[in-house]
Design a binder for this molecule. Sequence first.
Ligand SMILES: C[S@@+](CC[C@H](N)C(=O)[O-])C[C@H]1O[C@@H](n2cnc3c(N)ncnc32)[C@H](O)[C@@H]1O
Length: 301
Amino acid sequence: MVETAPRIDQVVQALKGLADPTRLRLLSLLGHGELTVGEIGRILGQSQPRISRHLRLLAEAGFLDRFREQQCVYYRTPAAGPRAGWVRALLAAVDPEDPALRRDRVRMAVVVGDRGRTAAGQLGANAPPDPGDAGLAAVLREELGPVALGELLDIGTGAGRMLEMLGAQTSHAVGIDISSPALRLARTRVHSIGLSHCEFHRGDMYALPFESGAFDTVTIDRVLAGAERPVAVLTEAARTLRGAGRLLVVERFDDIEACTGANPLQSLRQWLDGSGLRLNRLRPCDLASGHHLLALAQHAN
Ligand SMILES: C[S@@+](CC[C@H](N)C(=O)[O-])C[C@H]1O[C@@H](n2cnc3c(N)ncnc32)[C@H](O)[C@@H]1O
């Protein structure tokens, strides 16, 4: 869809909405990651009703995206859309070493660190596997190549290790998971290493909240073996993949064997066949946490 440039009165109206020190601080803060009103209140040291009013004005003018995750509402600067370029240009014009912005960033690190520790505690025994699987990043680079990965979707993102490894190669990335504590942990880890263009949303891998053909790259990392219906997960993943897009699957060999009782290579092939995708490559690789399988697939045609 072609976006029409705003008229002068619309630009003036938008600039008026931005002409406020707290609102500029909010944009700068939310350009570094997704935060709730409560977290923003702790960072800025202002009351929630005041902050909510500023956030509402910015969101209504399109300068912030807003989404709900269970009882929490998160805000972030838009990754795409008519106002994303405005926000980028505006933030580039502000000195990042401005004392107020620097203080906000330091407080943000504390607040986000607290969130990460709480989320890790809530996950407890159900915590996703440790994301630090030495060697996987190098294997992924080998398999995917040094090319840009475009729009990326990571299904069952857990603590966000896939986006930690691949986020920098994407223009925009989304991690989806059913678990809110896992998402809080993922946000904390991925945004704290500067990958603020990575978003995290609660969603069901059997009914992904995206249009068909929305992504250039889809990753599914150690999710299928634990899924009740792996073929349905892959079929839904394939739906969101663009024509020439690539799907990357990583699974532990033993996990597939334990859930199918069959040869893991065979099982993964069958799951991918069942989804209608064409398997381009299937390779084993040994990582710190055990023997893994990596599969790359695309739409058949
Ligand atoms: C074994 S963990 C893997 C996490 C991450 N991909 C990794 O490798 O570190 C599986 C993840 O799938 C998520 N999950 C399970 N069922 C799901 C569903 N129906 N929709 C979305 N995510 C789901 C879990 O919450 C969990 O975070």
